[in-house]
Design a protein around this ligand. Structure first.
Ligand code: 9GP
Length: 845
């Protein structure tokens, strides 16, 4: 370690190593110091934003001490590390999480109170770090938390988007996208201007022979862009909740920002008066990391997106290789020291990039290099939806990354020769499994490249992992055998999704289980089962749910201007808007309910269970059908919420701009949440786990993780409905080739929409036609009767408060399996082959 303080001077240093605060007074001292000096505000000029800044900086100081230590220990112990490559990290807000992890939220609350501020107001000043679209990005964030919590030596690598996922505004019932500039004040990142990587694009490939006759290949010319590292201390673990456990681990999330390699601007152009041209390079370079693509489960093949992918892969690999080379080990040892996990196919270019580094730059033979590459990578598949499977056009790759395209062709050639040798009779197989699709233009199938270049491929829930083996990767199971494929069912971090989002429930559980150990080992929740008949416990459990609903009702009143009754059943569907997730099924069900209410006498209406249907989620800006669904929900809300016949019996709410921090308010407040994708389409889903962990029941199809949730919590505690995945293909086929009748109740719903009951019917015709005339691909009509019937069961079940409470408590008690800690342990053991870091005391490090 070159720049370390010499041994004799270390004592002087250690004397002044900050220790961090432990009391409210010490916190105040730190916060005020930061507000006055770091932020240059004063007693007379300190609003909530400044108070947030001071608080965040005081906590950041604490995190950084742990972070420094963890990084030092990782370097010194030199264990195998895992690098988690994800184009999305949907982190949400950091302050609350940091306060809880450091274990000083109470001191800070008191301290802020002394200074005249309320904690909730301060927390809500923070912008969400919304560098992701949905489940995939949030999973990556939960994984960072768990990797730190379990002390695994791990780094995340991503992009530092200047604009995260857009902010959603609802105007006249339509989604309008507004840019999310979140970086004006971000105390959680450290710009490492000294850590930069040159990333090359375009250019051409040279082949030449040296004096000894050895062939060389190099990639030359083109343009270079600079990648600058920004480090984010990632999820210090929660050991402080369980005193005396271990020293805390704080891992690193390294995000790359792009800059022009040529410097700020072109002086020659500037001097000759071409001011705009002089900064054009800089602007072009910065565009690469400017914005997150807002598509969830949908790929659009844009050049800038490919540039983002390569930029991030190249910078990350350079960094990983640089760190490995410092250890002076031989290349053979690379896969013993380094595991790289590809979060979906977005980082697949890392595979040809590592091969290029090893062959072109380090001079290894192809086979030797390929052996290293294919042992280092693991690939997680998160979808089987055809529209989400990435393909890049060969001409585009040829233009942008000519050397990588050659490498991909060579990987493919070797692979196809291998297949041919092993399956000489199945000539068609070659075309089916080739990385190159023989279309016009030819396309590179990224999932195949990821699979071929990885030693393990996993799906994210049991059904999904089975499906990838029987559908998209069927041939590859024959080629490699089944052992290359595995399942790691997704999970969520209980620190954020229980302790932080639902502090009262976390405290209640802790009071029964004798402490917060369950946040480190979620299977301990099973002990709650013995309290299921405890009257006091049941009462408190219900009170907490009610209080959470009151909080959400207040949010709804403030943001939607609608008064909802907290005693009504809160029915929630919050997630990205997508046809396969079937928000349309839900809103058609709501219309059906509305029509029923209208048809009843005032007397009969009194027997109904009041409901609040709550929706939230963003549609990709170019996804017209999803936007139509949002529009319909809002129009139905306008009619229902203002109909005096309906009153409290039904309210329909669309919550604007659903994001992580809103999820923290919504999740603990639901009675029922909806996970109703067409069977076989939702790879896992993770919000289903969050709702259950917070004592909300779910209605769902036999899809993704719903199936394992059912197995864990028991069939009697979940409301399942609809067709099974194995029948979906046949049903679709039948729709296309036979005449089919719309389900009668659904037909009535459609009639009312056609009549203009919810505004201009023309606005919804494409949505309805997709079902009536174009084959109903998502089986809305097929599942409608069973959906409505199951909703009726829910109405009845909710009236029986005691039995509902039992179901809810048992659900919480049986969610232990769905901790992301369990997932990370599975990845560590079966894919990464890494061990937890052994933390040493200060002096040893
Ligand atoms: O759609 C899946 C979702 O079901 C899953 O929970 C999540 C995390 O594994 O990944 C989503 N997939 C994508 O966003 C794109 O592959």
């Amino acid at each position: 370690v070159e720049a370390s303080i010499p041994e004799p001077q270390r004592d002087a240093w250690r004397k002044f190593t900050p220790k961090g605060f432990t009391t409210s007074e010490e916190f105040e001292k730190e916060a005020v110091r930061h507000i006055e000096t770091t932020l240059a505000r004063s007693l007379y000029n300190c609003d909530e934003v400044a108070a947030y800044g001071g608080t965040a900086l005081a906590f950041r100081d604490r995190l950084i001490l742990d972070w420094n230590k963890t990084q030092q220990t990782q370097t010194f112990t030199d264990q195998k590390r895992v690098y988690y490559l994800s184009l999305e990290f949907l982190m949400g807000r950091a302050l609350d999480n940091a306060m809880l992890n450091v274990g000083q939220k109470d001191s800070a609350t008191k301290g802020l109170g002394d200074l005249g501020f309320r904690m909730e107001d301060i927390i809500s000043q923070e912008h969400d770090a919304a560098l992701g679209n949905g489940g995939l990005g949030r999973l990556a964030a939960c994984f960072l938390d768990s990797m730190a919590s379990l002390n695994y030596p791990a780094w995340g690598y991503g992009l530092r988007y200047r604009y995260g996922i857009f902010k959603q505004e609802i105007i006249d019932g339509y989604q309008v996208e507004v840019p999310d500039y979140w970086l004006d004040f971000n105390p959680w990142e450290f710009a490492r201007h000294d850590i930069t990587v040159d990333v090359q694009f375009y250019g051409h490939v040279n082949r030449w022979q040296d004096d000894e006759g050895k062939q060389h290949t190099s990639w030359e010319g083109g343009e270079t862009v600079l990648a600058v590292a920004f480090d984010v201390p990632a999820s210090i673990e929660a050991d402080r909740l369980v005193p005396g456990y271990q020293t805390p681990t704080c891992n690193n999330l390294r995000l790359w920002g792009s800059k022009a390699a040529s410097g700020e601007f072109d002086f020659q152009k500037f001097n000759s008066g071409e001011y705009e041209a002089s900064v054009a390079d800089q602007q072009r370079a910065e565009t690469i990391s400017a914005v997150l693509y807002p598509n969830d489960n949908l790929e659009r093949g844009k050049e800038l997106r490919l540039k983002q992918q390569y930029f991030w892969c190249a910078a990350s690999l350079y960094d990983i290789v640089r760190r490995f080379k410092k250890t002076k080990r031989s290349w053979k040892e690379f896969p013993n020291q380094v595991a790289i996990q590809l979060n979906d196919t977005h980082p697949t270019l890392a595979i040809p990039e590592l091969q290029r580094i090893l062959v072109d730059l380090e001079g290894l033979e192809w086979d030797e290099a390929w052996d290293i590459v294919s042992k280092a990578f693991g690939y997680t598949n998160h979808t089987v939806l055809p529209e989400a499977l990435e393909k890049w056009s060969v001409p585009l790759l040829q233009h942008l990354l000519p050397r990588h395209l050659q490498i991909i062709y060579d990987i493919n050639l070797n692979f196809l020769q291998f297949v041919e040798r092993n399956f000489p009779k199945d000539r068609d197989m070659l075309g089916r499994v080739s990385i190159i699709e023989e279309s016009n233009p030819k396309m590179v199938r990224m999932a195949y490249l990821a699979l071929i270049g990885s030693h393990k491929v996993n799906g994210v829930a049991e059904l999904h992992s089975d499906l990838i083996k029987t559908t998209i990767f069927k041939d590859f199971v024959k080629i490699y055998g089944p052992d290359k494929f595995t399942n790691v069912t997704n999970g969520i971090t209980p620190r954020r999704w229980l302790h932080q989002a639902n502090p009262r429930l976390s405290a209640l559980i802790a009071s029964k289980l004798g402490g917060h150990e369950f946040l480190k080992d979620l299977t301990l929740l099973s002990k709650l089962e013995s309290f299921v008949d405890d009257k006091e416990f049941r009462k408190e459990f219900r009170e907490i749910k009610y209080a959470n609903k009151v909080r959400l009702a207040k949010h709804i009143k403030e943001h939607n201007g609608v008064t909802v009754n907290p005693a009504a059943l809160f029915d929630v569907q919050v997630k990205r808007i997508h046809e396969y997730k079937r928000q349309q099924l839900n809103i058609f069900g709501v219309i059906h309910r509305y029509l029923q209410i209208k048809s009843l006498s005032a007397e009969d209406r009194k027997k109904l269970a009041p409901r609040v249907s709550i929706f939230g989620g963003k549609a990709a800006p170019g996804y017209w059908m999803a936007k139509t669904v949002i529009h319909l929900i809002n129009k139905v809300g306008d009619v229902v919420n203002n109909d005096p016949d309906v009153g409290d019996l039904l309210k329909v709410i669309f919550l604007e701009d659903y994001n992580v921090s809103k999820a923290e308010i919504i999740t603990p407040a639901s009675d029922i949440s909806e996970h109703i994708s067409t069977a076989g389409t939702e790879a896992s889903g993770t919000s289903n786990m969050k709702f259950c962990l917070n004592g909300g029941l779910i209605i769902g199809t036999c899809d993704g993780a719903n199936i394992e949730i059912t197995r864990e919590i028991g069939e009697e505690n979940i409301f399942l409905f609809g067709n099974l995945a194995e029948d979906v293909e046949d049903l679709r086929h039948a729709h296309l080739y036979n005449h089919y009748e719309l389900e009668p109740k659904l037909a009535k719903v459609f009639d009312e929409i056609h009549k203009g009951r919810f505004g201009d019917a023309g606005a919804f015709s494409a949505l309805l036609n997709g079902i009536v005339e174009h084959g109903d691909y998502y089986l809305v009509s097929d599942d409608f009767a069973s959906y409505v019937q199951t909703q009726e069961l829910i109405d009845e079940a909710y009236k029986d408060t005691e039995s509902w409470t039992t179901k809810a408590i048992l659900t919480v008690a049986r969610m232990g399996f769905f901790s992301s800690d369990r997932c990370i342990d599975e990845y560590a053991e079966s894919i990464w082959n890494i061990e937890p870091l052994v933390q040493k005391k200060d002096d040893e490090a």
